[in-house]
Design a protein around this ligand. Structure first.
Ligand code: SF4
Length: 79
């Protein structure tokens, strides 16, 4: 599976959930506002779950559901 990961920083309320739970993908970009880590390609990066690990992709999908402000945009680009 491959996931395209983005953060809508205008909506983010800096709750810290995503970068606390999935630090491999998300980071505090300042003032608690989340971003996709530059190391994995930054905003809009496509992550390969075979490379990064299925459990990390599962956590990305989980926090996408749990983000209280709906700021995490995660798209399955390949099953
Ligand atoms: S879970 Fe949502 S609201 Fe919380 S820091 Fe991440 S993007 Fe922002």
């Amino acid at each position: 599976m491959k996931l395209k990961v983005s953060v809508d920083q205008d909506l983010c309320t800096a709750c810290a959930l995503c970068y606390d739970d999935v630090p491999e993908v998300y980071i505090d970009a300042g003032d608690g506002i989340a971003a996709v880590k530059e190391e994995i390609g930054g905003d809009g990066a496509i992550i390969d779950c075979e490379e990064i690990g299925k459990e990390i992709c599962d956590k990305v999908l989980e926090v996408t559901e749990e983000c209280p402000s709906g700021s995490l945009i995660t798209e399955v680009v390949e099953e």
